[in-house]
Design a protein. Structure first.
Length: 137
């Protein structure tokens, strides 16, 4: 049940530029390939701290660096790839069954996450060995 690392996609978002500041809209099912059921954001992440460290059995996510920057390290059990998010007009789509870690948060970074389902601890995979077992051919 391997999911290709290339199905994780950087997606360009609209940017409405103005001398008074920029605006980026994200509409359900338009810029991103799922209906958004939940939005949350990570902030005040202490320097050197990492987040994530899990995969999801069914959840799809779209992650934006709404402020600052951070790295997302993706792993599908075979390939590993690091994506840096550092501009608010790009986001990373992550399908189900991809292990992800978030690291190297800049001071003041805000990690905005759009998710395809409500929070459900049951659909998390938090053990990497269990994840590897689930994605092996
Ligand atoms: P977790 O998803 O592990 O955070 P991250 O991947 O950013 O490191 O969630 C951290 C804690 O917050 C965990 O106890 C579950 C809780 N939580 C909710 O209650 N609701 C939510 O929507 C999310 C994403 C997490």
């Amino acid at each position: 049940m391997e999911s290709s690392i290339n199905t994780c996609k950087l997606i360009k978002l609209p940017k409405i530029e103005n001398s008074k500041g920029n605006l980026t809209p994200i509409s359900n099912g338009v810029e991103i390939p799922f209906d958004v059921k939940r939005v949350y954001y990570l902030y005040d992440v202490p320097g050197g701290e990492t987040r994530g460290g899990h995969a999801h059995k069914k959840l799809e996510q779209f992650i934006v660096a709404a402020a600052g920057s951070f790295d997302i390290i993706l792993n599908n059990g075979k390939e590993r790839k690091t994506v840096k998010l550092n501009t608010a007009d790009y986001g990373l789509y992550i399908p189900r069954m991809v292990w992800r870690e978030l690291a190297n948060f800049s001071t003041g970074a805000i990690c905005l996450v759009l998710a395809s389902y409500e929070y459900d601890e049951e659909e998390y995979i938090r053990n990497f060995d269990e994840f590897l077992e689930m994605v092996k051919d």
